[in-house]
Design a protein around this ligand. Structure first.
Ligand SMILES: [Zn+2]
Length: 120
């Protein structure tokens, strides 16, 4: 994967991340048990400390999805993005296009799902 492509996926992932955070922030603000004054008016996304304490409050799917995105961003930085974590093959471009946060190629993902169905 060349730098231009990596940059594009990085933008894509960052966009997705910001979207989830914005939605989650809204949810938190609507949650009356939480003091909305604890949340800054403008979220400073560069403040990783704040982001960490914020994501700590997220639960379930949002949290998992956010973790996947963070990991994918990490893989872009260390240059392993686009390579399947399971078999080491390149992940299909189409698949990355649809789910840039995925660490697995379609074959490994299908294997996993088969196993989950069989044992889960
Ligand atoms: Zn694979």
């Amino acid at each position: 994967m060349d730098k231009v492509e990596a940059k594009r996926f990085k933008d894509l992932l960052t966009e997705k991340r910001d979207e989830i955070i914005a939605k989650a922030k809204q949810t938190l603000e609507e949650d009356m048990t939480l003091d909305a004054n604890d949340l800054p008016d403008e979220m400073d996304l560069a403040s990783s400390e704040y982001l960490q304490s914020f994501t700590f409050r997220l639960r379930g799917r949002e949290k998992q999805f956010l973790d996947k995105i963070e990991q994918a961003l990490g893989r872009i930085d260390d240059g392993s993005f686009g390579t399947c974590e399971e078999c080491g093959e390149e992940i299909q471009a189409k698949r990355l296009e649809a789910r840039p946060e995925t660490p697995f190629c379609i074959n490994c993902k299908e294997d996993q799902e088969r196993k989950e169905r069989a044992f889960g």
